[in-house]
Write a protein that binds this ligand. Sequence first.
Ligand code: SF4
Ligand code: SF4
Length: 395
Amino acid sequence: MQDPELELKENILETVSQCMNCRFCLPACPLFEITENSVSGGASGITRALYWMVKWDEKDKATLTEMRDLLYACTTCGNCEVACANLSTGVKLVDAIEAGREWLIEKMIGPMPEQKALLEHSERYGNPYGMLPTDRKEWMKGLGVPQFDTGAGHEMMLYVGCTAPHDPLVGNMARAIVGVLKAAGVSFGIAEDEICCASPSKRVGESFLFEDLSVKNIEQFKAMGVKHIVTLSPHCYNTYANEYPEDQMADIKVQHYTQFFADLIDEGRLVLKNPVNSKVTYHDPCYLGRHNDVYDAPRKVLSSIPGIEFIEFERCRENSLCCGGGGGRMWSDFEVEQDRMANIRVRDAVSMGVNTIVTACPFCLINMEDGIKSVNVEDKIAAKDLAQLVLESVA
Ligand code: SF4
Ligand code: SF4
């Protein structure tokens, strides 16, 4: 059996050696944009640094720490991959960067100091925020949704995720989704003792913890007879749809809630009748859009709401600008950055004259809300989750 560290090293070198250093990915990288085009060297800078670090099997702690800061600044937004696929050799940069983080964890240099708690909490409590399982269970009960039960005829399980019980803003998002599902007459349940899908652990490179949590989740889904999961977060959706072992998930259909809502509209089960008179734009979450090509379902839902005036961001769909919250960055802060991605997004939205930024992701919602406060435009614009607008239209 091959040494896991050597295997990791070979994988990184194999991926990164496909880079021709053409730098077409450079302007696509939001880090390059927010660090005044200098500090990070953008996607191609990270790629070259990663290549030489692994090739030389770097051991100097100061160099490795510098490298850590560079690698963990990446939001894993995938915009560099789109640029590279369209213009160059199609390097899978996000895979390489995440493998580089795994390598740094093996060397006991990663993750970022502030991210250590997310791993400890995930291991000890089954969620990255350190909520006591009993408190979380109480919160889940307060949602007013029964425990998933095939015997009760539940057609799907709503996977709420960890951020809703932790953050009131996202708690409202969860309640809106539940309200819409009930209005559409969907028979569904939740797992009151839900545990983390392990996306945050994987993003920061903790592959052993990811495996441990994925085994626990799969066991739970099988024990409950789950055949259809609808997630609140694009991050959980991506993890279940793409990162859990394919053979273990073969019998389980996984959807993001925007896809499920779009299906309900197509089937005539979800009827949006009340006008919502708002001028809105839609912010594509990276893990729904770029990582999974889900661009049309949220737009279809949005366009089904009467009264909505919709304007696209100039940077939308596969060119959308990241909110800054992916890749484990909800648990870290990078002071070298001169601007925040969400602030740029908010300023763009204000200049378009819309009054609402709509999104469909807990992290995007939190970041857009923070961006609105930080840009000081609370009197001009609001951030809402798509489900909240849908609920206004059905209620
Ligand atoms: S576009 Fe692709 S090949 Fe060119 S520098 Fe970026 S990663 Fe390398
Ligand atoms: S994934 Fe996004 S943030 Fe990371 S290097 Fe690529 S473009 Fe930059």
